[in-house]
Design a protein around this ligand. Structure first.
Ligand SMILES: Nc1ncnc2c1ncn2[C@@H]1O[C@H](COP(=O)(O)OP(=O)(O)OP(=O)(O)O)[C@@H](O)[C@H]1O
Ligand SMILES: [Mg+2]
Length: 299
């Protein structure tokens, strides 16, 4: 497969498809899982008909980079990204999955999304504008769109059913779902992981404004699962362009948003096909965030 090909959907015979998310296809492999990150891209929660070449490989490489760096803080689910080291049933599909797949320990996912925010944006900004709180946490007055918060906050959410939005919850509600002790541990882990990511990103000239982690339980142990600090689970901003008072340009999807802003589309599926220039510009942004964080050019 050449690097210009996009993988929009996988259909790996011999493996059991468990879930197709907006971006990833999830398969059961023996007692483990295979997470295949496709080149699908979504905007306003709608999967666009065009894919972005390199996106699946970029997201996989960024997750892998962070899982390894964060392993001192918490164990993670990643076993390998090397297809040659995966079971034969996966190796049979090497041409499709190589470079875009994580073979991971299967855990019981906890039914909460663990979000850390260091800056005010998205649903956090919306709540702040109404009540000067985020997930019930009181914040100082006078903050504006994209302000840096005095300190990072933990703002959990419930996992939405398919097609629904995640719902922000306060800490007490989280405790009623997964228990107080687990909630306290998840809050502490989430804030440490975020702080590590934010401080490292800063050295790359990138702001990690916020991010979402998921955790699972394996033999009673808390494990970091899913993806780690990817542009799909996080807001990354160009540090040199950061200017509170308005929305920041999205590091990865800005060319897509700019294109969508200029056309007449009601944000309901199907979305129109993306012009080649917007695809190439988006691809370049994904490759750049990968290079900025890892210091390496994606092959
Ligand atoms: N190690 C793991 N063990 C068990 N489940 C996992 C593991 N890692 C990730 N998962 C689960 O796999 C699923 C991945 O789904 P994915 O995020 O791709 O799609 P989605 O949540 O259905 O939709 P969306 O695209 O909107 O996120 C999540 O529900 C996540 O909790
Ligand atoms: Mg998900």
């Amino acid at each position: 497969m050449s690097n210009n090909d996009v993988v929009l959907e996988t259909d790996l015979t011999g493996l059991q498809l468990l879930n197709r998310g907006k971006v990833r296809d999830l398969y059961a492999v023996d007692d483990a899982l295979l997470i295949v990150t496709t080149d699908r891209i979504s905007a306003f929660d709608v999967v666009l008909p065009s894919g972005i070449p390199d996106k699946g490989r970029v997201l996989t490489a960024i997750s892998t980079f962070w899982f390894k760096r964060l392993a001192d803080i918490v164990p993670h689910h990643l076993i390998t990204t090397d297809v040659e080291a995966m079971p034969e049933s996966v190796r049979a599909h090497a041409d499709v999955v190589a470079g875009r797949s994580m073979y991971v320990r299967r855990c019981d996912p906890l039914p909460v999304e663990c979000v850390a925010r260091g800056y005010l944006a998205g649903s956090g900004l919306k709540e702040y504008d109404v009540s000067q709180t985020v997930c019930g946490l009181a914040l100082p007055e006078g903050l504006v769109n994209s302000s840096r918060l005095p300190e990072a906050i933990f703002t959990p959410a419930t996992k939405a059913e398919v097609g629904d939005h995640d719902e922000n919850i306060d800490f007490a509600r989280m405790c009623s779902i997964v228990g107080t002790e687990t909630s306290e541990r998840l809050r502490e882990l989430t804030l440490s992981l975020y702080a590590h990511g934010r401080d490292f990103a800063e050295t790359c000239g990138v702001i990690l404004a916020d991010t979402k982690f998921e955790f699972g339980l394996s033999d009673g142990e808390l494990i970091l699962i899913d993806e780690a600090l990817t542009p799909d689970s996080s807001r990354y901003w160009e540090a040199s362009a950061w200017e509170p008072g308005h929305s920041q340009s999205s590091f990865d999807k800005q060319p897509v948003r700019d294109w969508l802003d200029g056309i007449d589309w009601d944000k309901r599926p199907p979305a129109p096909p993306m012009p080649e220039e917007a695809i190439e510009a988006t691809r370049a942004r994904y490759r750049e965030i990968h290079r900025r964080l890892t210091g390496e050019e994606l092959s």
